[in-house]
Design a protein. Structure first.
Length: 470
């Protein structure tokens, strides 16, 4: 048994990892043919992509995927820790699985992985009160999944294998991609920023970049397989390369990925701190790098930004924002905002509203602050009441929504390039995303998933556009 430890998770050691290749022990291959699995994914794109790796590894064992957990022999929850409600959802699901195991499917194998598995408190709770969970493994040993599942099925007792520290960087883990036209590509794992509210540096470990050759090779393979779009993923993609190279960062990587001639390149998430002029120039220069940037601001108040440990001020964020707008034509900028951080006064909150009024973000993900286990902010005295937090969130949402609509309305009559994703719920309409990452429903004929088409925009809603193929 290997339990998570926060003190260990906090430590950062520079360049102490190697790149190794994934290898499955032949004795596991197709050992469980005839069995089925169900995987439920919570959280971010990183987790979604991990689930694509997990699915491929489980399928190597012989399991087949099912869409209903009631029909599965193995259920795996790939969890998220970012806010309390992510926790609650996963524990709620565990409750339903317990019932299923007690009543209908006594042999059900239940596993939990992802960020929650890296939390000391969660694992303690599972050991104490969730004995029906067969196995738990963390974000650092995904590649050991075949061994862990085999052990969990054969052993009577709970198998808990969570490493507190990131180990080697593993290349070559198989992947079963959800989509055949757009793909996620990890470029950097972990985070060293330690924003005071955030659990990610503990659950995902230290910043580790993949080698540029491995990334380019993966993208080239995707192009050869007919993929149209890649999203380069990382908790903070702007830090790409810092742990590996002297003069090679996200700007250079974007340029090299662009040169593979993949039709669309996206990247997320960017911390404003590491956004260089070179990155902006590269995004502006290459047509296949999408003019769409996710740039979380979190708060507009310098006092709160300092308490959050964000390393920028409202002024420096706005300087960067203006520079990006100036240099990249038609760029869309989206953001994340937290309200109700400990000690946020009405005046601090108004500063956030001021920034929102100025930036008129194309999209914004807004959250109420949620204290996370062992993070520095969780130790701050919180003076904001729940009612105040909810009221602030509502006020903020009213404003951000107003600007989504306003910005979308400006697009009516314009022509945009859209990557078609499929047929929408609305009868006879396709749907897809514009270069600026806006959802659009549109009419047209003989269009296939993955086609990039020119669409004229006819109508604007708050969260989507309507149009027709030209
Ligand atoms: N409480 C609320 N929101 C949070 N986020 C991260 N940690 C917390 C927290 N403890 C938000 C941030 C981040 C996004 C992914 O989630 O806005 O950018
Ligand atoms: Fe959730 Fe963050 Fe983990 Fe993603 S990295 S699953 S958002 S806690």
């Amino acid at each position: 048994m290997m339990l998570p430890n926060y003190k260990e998770a906090r430590k950062r050691v520079k360049n102490k990892y190697n790149t190794i290749n994934y290898k499955i022990d032949k004795k596991f291959i197709n050992n469980y043919t005839g069995k089925t699995y169900y995987i439920k994914t919570y959280g971010c794109q990183m987790n979604e992509h991990d689930s694509e790796n997990i699915s491929a590894m489980i399928e190597e064992l012989g399991f087949k995927k099912v869409d209903d957990y009631n029909n599965a022999d193995l259920v795996l929850l790939n969890t998220c820790s970012i806010r309390e409600n992510a926790h609650n959802k996963a524990f709620g699901m565990l409750g339903r699985l317990k019932h299923l195991k007690e009543t209908i499917n006594k042999d059900l194998i239940i596993g939990l992985c992802g960020c929650m598995a890296q939390e000391e408190g969660v694992v303690d709770e599972i050991l104490k009160d969730y004995k029906f969970v067969n196995f738990v493994f963390g974000t650092h040993n995904l590649h050991e999944l075949p061994t862990i599942i085999d052990k969990a099925i054969k052993e009577e007792k709970q198998v808990i294998e969570v490493y507190s520290k990131e180990g080697d960087l593993v290349e070559g883990i198989p992947v079963k991609r959800d989509k055949d036209y757009k793909a996620y590509v990890n470029i950097i794992y972990g985070c060293d920023k330690f924003c005071t509210y955030c659990i990610v540096p503990y659950t995902r470990g230290g910043q580790r970049s993949r080698k540029k050759e491995d990334i380019i090779e993966e993208v080239k393979q995707l192009v050869a397989d007919g993929y149209k779009e890649v999203t380069l993923l990382g908790q903070n993609v702007n830090a790409y390369g810092k742990d590996l190279y002297k003069d090679y960062g996200l700007g250079e990587l974007l340029e090299d990925v662009s040169k593979t001639n993949i039709e669309r390149v996206r990247f997320m998430t960017s911390h404003p701190w590491d956004f260089t002029d070179n990155m902006i120039d590269v995004i502006a220069k290459y047509k296949n790098i999408m003019p769409s940037i996710h740039l979380p601001i979190q708060s507009g108040s310098n006092k709160i930004l300092k308490l959050m440990g964000r390393r920028y001020t409202q002024e420096s964020y706005l300087d960067l924002f203006n520079k990006i707008k100036e240099k990249i034509p038609n760029v869309s900028i989206s953001t994340d905002i937290i309200v109700g951080f400990p000690n946020e006064t009405e005046e601090d909150f108004r500063k956030t509203l001021e920034v929102v009024e100025y930036c008129k973000f194309d999209n914004a993900f807004t959250f109420i602050y949620s204290p996370r286990e062992n993070t520095p902010a969780a130790k701050l005295k919180d003076i904001v009441t729940q009612e105040e937090k909810e009221e602030r969130l509502q006020r903020l949402n009213t404003i951000v929504n107003k600007y989504f609509l306003e910005k979308n309305k400006k697009l009516v009559g314009k022509e945009v390039l859209v990557l078609t994703e499929g047929v929408s719920d609305k009868k006879n309409m396709y749907y897809g995303y514009t270069d600026t990452n806006k959802l659009i429903n549109f009419t047209g004929k003989n269009i296939s998933r993955g086609d990039i088409v020119t669409v004229k925009i006819d109508d604007a809603k708050t969260w989507s556009l309507d149009g027709h193929v030209k």
